[in-house]
Design a binder for this molecule. Structure first.
Ligand code: 13P
Length: 257
């Protein structure tokens, strides 16, 4: 693993997981408790229905838990929504915001993602802000432009919070939409170019504090490719979907870090 940043390996369970699947988290916690040598932070973001139980199990394995989305407010008349304060109350220390599935399924805009990221920070959780281009955009050589636009719009500026606070509590996840759940992964050189551009953007936005922000790669990360991807400069961890659902696979990715 590169840089001096402690890597973060985060599992995004998406809309998967019933109570019975908590056994996977129990297995993971047990394995990590018996093998505390892993040199990364491990995060699980289960569906909200399993968050409180996940948090309790995670405590025993030095794993942290998080949410997959939050509302822009902390409470109020918003039937069916969940606030960052509620996620934190159930044990979350991170909240994923702006995942491409939320952007496409729910029409979430950069402005909305920005407000959700602020709400997460206000509630005391670190937002994991997702960005990434579609296949058509990659083919049209627009990947960099699209990601930069998403960063400009989705990441709260340092004027909202003290620079140090934002940089310490912010994670960016680069997830090319076409790599999510498809088994396709960009070339390592393409990942390197994008992560380096995101790092430059962070320096521009946050000054020296931008060096501390973790930039995760997400999209078909598996035990077989994790080591290579995680050794790319400025890849400070992974946001893992499918391969985080089985303790064995997720553990192999954690060990690769
Ligand atoms: P997969 O690992 O299943 O491709 O999903 C990636 C992702 O969207 C994580 O947020």
């Amino acid at each position: 693993m590169n840089d001096e940043i402690r890597p973060l390996i985060a599992g995004n369970w998406k809309m998967n997981g019933l109570s019975a699947d908590l056994s996977q988290i129990r297995s993971l916690a047990l394995a990590l408790r018996n093998d505390p040598a892993h040199r990364c932070d491990v995060l699980i973001c289960p569906p909200a229905t399993l968050l409180a139980q996940t948090t309790r199990i995670c405590l025993s394995g030095a794993i942290i838990s998080g949410g997959q989305d939050c509302h822009t407010g902390q409470h109020g008349a918003h039937t069916g929504d969940i606030s960052a304060a509620m996620l934190v109350d159930a044990g979350a220390s991170y909240v994923i915001v702006g995942h491409s599935e939320r952007r496409s399924d729910h029409g979430e805009t950069d402005g909305l993602v920005n407000a959700k990221a602020r709400a997460a920070m206000e509630a005391g959780a670190a937002p994991i802000i997702c960005v990434g281009e579609t296949h058509a955009e990659r083919l049209g050589a627009l990947a960099m432009t699209v990601v930069e636009k998403q960063l400009n719009g989705s990441v709260p500026g340092p004027e909202a919070f003290e620079r140090r606070v934002v940089a310490k509590n912010l994670v960016i996840a680069y997830e090319p939409v076409w790599a999510i759940g498809t088994g396709l992964v960009p070339g390592l050189e393409d990942i390197a170019v994008m992560h380096s551009a995101i790092r430059d953007w962070l320096f521009e936005r946050f000054g020296d504090e931008g060096a501390a922000v973790r930039i995760l790669y997400g999209g078909s990360m598996k035990p077989a490719n994790a080591k290579k991807i995680l050794s790319v400069p400025h890849v400070n961890g992974g946001l893992v979907g499918g391969a985080s659902l089985k303790a064995e696979d997720f553990l192999a990715i954690i060990r690769a870090a």
